[in-house]
Ligand binder design. Structure first.
Ligand SMILES: C[S@@+](CC[C@H](N)C(=O)[O-])C[C@H]1O[C@@H](n2cnc3c(N)ncnc32)[C@H](O)[C@@H]1O
Length: 248
């Protein structure tokens, strides 16, 4: 699929209510651990994340997907040494779920997404935040407004499983270009499923998988140094998750 077809596909999916209808995005909008009293949130928030091969203490479920998103600001900082100042870039930011907490620690946050309608909604959500900038991207690269050597942290959560490998490779190279020396790039991939797949049906989100070795190779081809690759598994999950941190 060429990049303009791909962009049109996501625009259609967003206009059809992708986030409003997606089971994984219900009850997670604030990301501020509103459900901190729930056992699953409390457990995920207090887990030891030092293992590079972690079995989550819950079977796979939609509730687990939601709880992982709600507790993201807590476990992400346990997994990696996330910077807390300067510029953060959120790749494939959607409505800005992650930006809600990023904008409390970083001086400046830039979120971008291939979908203009998702960015329109994100701009409404952050209209009162003068440290948040939202941009529409092409399907295979950072917007040109973001200059080289400018970012302290680049993040992409649940984006690269949905896009062709070639576009992902360009995103990783762009992250390497936009990071400052010493800056950190963190992203996740899915694994142990569709590790040969590179595309899918039109109108559905795809699930393109990577092995730990192909994840490392992806980073190394960009010139970044792999800092950590961690795998999460859950009983009954259709795939495992891979977490990658790469340093410039
Ligand atoms: C599963 S959602 C994740 C949204 C957000 N990262 C979060 O965790 O809440 C994937 C997002 O990536 C965007 N997206 C898909 N392909 C993209 C691409 N090639 N470049 C940039 N964004 C893309 C979609 O429009 C959608 O908002």
């Amino acid at each position: 699929m060429d990049k303009s077809e791909f962009k049109a596909m996501w625009e259609r999916m967003q206009k059809d209510g992708y986030f409003e209808q997606h089971a994984h995005y219900q009850e997670v909008d604030s990301s501020l651990v509103r459900h901190v009293d729930d056992e699953m949130d409390r457990t995920l928030a207090s887990l030891d994340y030092s293992s590079d091969d972690l079995k989550l203490p819950f079977p796979y479920s939609v509730e687990l997907e939601r709880s992982i998103k709600r507790t993201e600001p807590i476990w992400l900082k346990k997994l990696f040494a996330i910077p807390a100042s300067g510029l953060a870039i959120d790749v494939g930011c959607g409505y800005g779920r992650t930006i809600r907490w990023l904008c409390n620690s970083f001086d400046h946050v830039i979120g971008f997404d291939v979908s203009a309608s998702a960015i329109e909604k994100a701009r409404e959500n952050f209209a009162m935040h003068d440290n948040v900038e939202l941009l529409v991207s092409e399907a295979d690269g950072f917007p040109p407004e973001i200059g080289p050597n400018s970012a302290d942290f680049v993040y992409a959560f649940t984006v690269f499983q949905h896009i062709p490998r070639e576009f992902t490779a360009r995103y990783v190279r762009d992250a390497a270009d936009r990071l400052k020396a010493g800056g950190l790039f963190v992203f996740n991939l899915i694994s142990e499923i569709n590790e040969e797949l590179d595309t899918g049906d039109v109108g559905v989100e795809w699930a393109i998988g990577y092995s730990r070795d192909s994840a490392r190779a992806l980073v190394e081809s960009s010139g970044l140094a792999v800092e950590r690759v961690a795998r999460w598994r859950a009983d009954g999950a259709p795939a495992s998750w891979i977490w990658v941190a790469a340093r410039k």
